[in-house]
Design a protein around this ligand. Structure first.
Ligand code: NDP
Ligand code: ENO
Length: 422
């Protein structure tokens, strides 16, 4: 057989990244977006003779041996229902959405039976170098030969292949990415509600606070539908996000009520369950304060301000976090796990946090807004409400937008340095 031709339906940021890299590796690529983008795409890819732009997904489906759908999760089933029946006989089809059970169900429903299914999920945004990043592969319905072909095509990314079923993928995504996003989205909402730019306030500059600011900005600089789809279309994600919001609320009430013993017991038991006792592990901590201080959007104060880190404490009480998830995780999650571990495995810091939580009122109103925000995001996700998700997200995105370029630069550097050590 001559070399396989690769189809890409949906030439947004991820689709373009796939098309460019796969074509550069020597494969012929057929690609399309919505028909109204035909001329613009032809113009954009006119100088790449390996990439053939088509007017729609039906034409791409008819002409390609391995096809990747790279459209919004919310619309995937509809798009597959339109073009799936035209898939070339014996072709292999996959998708790039973050929710694999729904995606695979759509393929099973709309693709002809002689079409094989191998799905994938790059665990990073379109601007990140895929080399070394996790790439999940889901062999749903495929021969060894077909699966090997998909791996061969995607090997041009240099990513780390992780083999999972659709269900395993969705469970891990719920435990890791969905909860991480909920935490950062809530932080952004709370700062916005209090009309704060955190990097302008001493208490949010330096150390762990830099990770919070940089990752929050990075998430809000992406497209709303990426996070909405990942959370709303994954039933486990809904549960985990709700659990996170409940933990935030319960911890906040313990802090407000001054219930020191209960707070301490709860936090320490949960921390030990996830990270072990201080000194138990021989693993080096993922993060260090002096490294983190370098990535500030504002001036680092001489004396570090104390924080009760409600947003981090709430990550572990229900066993949301699992070190084992590290093998399959996105950069924001790895950093988030890093800062949470930093806190839970440092007994004196943990004691300081508990002291601050009970005695210090500085963060009460920030924490109140954070608690509201965590619950509001959870409700929005539970109701499956894409429109209000979008509205909330874009409203806050606008507020922070002026700082995106600098935060992206600093955040990328911060992630590069920190993750290189791990
Ligand atoms: N961005 C990220 O960080 C990551 C994204 N993903 C997932 O990858 C997928 C693509 O994401 P991304 O590229 O970022 O999103 P984009 O919004 O940039 O791209 C999706 C593209 O698909 C187009 N599209 C919609 N319907 C059709 C159709 N019927 N035929 C052809 N094209 C269509 C969209 O057009 P229109 O805009 O007009 O709807 C858009 O141009 C999503 O499922 C996302 O969740 C996965 C990993 C990371
Ligand atoms: O880098 C980030 O913010 C991410 O978390 C990127 C991301 C978003 C959605 C995905 O399905 C995969 C990766």
């Amino acid at each position: 057989m001559s070399k396989a031709t690769v189809g890409i339906i949906g030439m947004g940021d991820m689709g373009k990244m796939y098309a460019r890299r796969i074509s550069a590796a020597g494969w012929r690529v057929n690609a399309c977006d919505k028909p109204n983008r035909f001329d613009a795409l032809k113009e954009e890819f006119g100088d790449d003779s390996n990439i053939q732009i088509y007017a729609d997904g039906r034409l791409v489906s008819r002409a390609s041996d391995v096809i990747f759908y790279s459209v919004e999760a919310e619309g995937l089933e509809h798009v597959v229902s339109l073009y799936g029946p035209s898939t070339k006989q014996g072709a292999i089809v996959g998708g790039q959405t973050s929710c694999k059970e729904i995606e695979v169900a759509a393929f099973r429903k709309h693709l002809p039976e002689d079409v094989e299914i191998v799905s994938c999920h790059s665990l990073h945004g379109p601007m990140i170098d895929p080399k070394g990043q996790p790439l999940v592969l889901i062999r749903e319905r495929a021969t060894d030969k077909s699966f090997a072909l998909v791996e061969e095509i995607l090997s041009c990314f240099g990513s780390k292949h992780v083999y999972l079923t659709a269900q395993e993928h969705d469970r891990i995504t719920a435990d890791t990415q969905a909860v991480t996003h909920a935490a950062f989205l809530s932080m952004g909402s709370a700062w916005h509600a209090n009309n704060q730019f955190p990097w302008e306030m001493n208490r949010y500059v330096g150390g762990i606070e830099n990770v919070k600011c940089n990752i929050m900005l990075r998430i809000y600089s992406n497209k709303w539908h990426v996070y909405a789809g990942l959370a709303i279309m994954n039933s486990w994600a809904k549960l985990q996000i709700r659990q996170y919001a409940e933990s935030v609320t319960e911890l906040y009430k313990l802090m407000l009520g001054g219930h020191r013993e209960e707070l301490e017991k709860r936090i320490k038991t949960a921390g030990e369950a996830v990270f072990g006792r201080e000194g138990d592990s021989h693993r080096e901590l993922l993060l260090r304060d002096d490294v983190l201080d370098r990535y500030s959007l504002g001036n680092v104060p001489k004396k570090r301000a104390r924080n009760n880190h409600l947003s981090l404490l709430a990550m572990s009480p229900h066993g949301i976090l699992g070190i084992s998830s590290l093998t399959f995780s996105s950069q924001p999650f790895r950093l988030w796990l890093g800062v949470t571990e930093y806190l839970f495995r440092n007994a004196s810091l943990l004691n300081e946090i508990i002291e601050t939580a009970i005695e210090d009122n500085t963060f009460r109103s920030d924490d109140l807004e954070f608690t509201f925000a965590a619950r509001a995001w959870s409700e929005c996700v539970s109701f499956g409400d894409f429109a209000s998700y979008r509205d909330r997200f874009e409203n806050i995105q606008k507020y922070f937008e002026p700082r995106f370029p600098e935060a992206t630069r600093l955040g990328n550097e911060m992630i590069r340095v920190i993750l290189a050590k791990t």
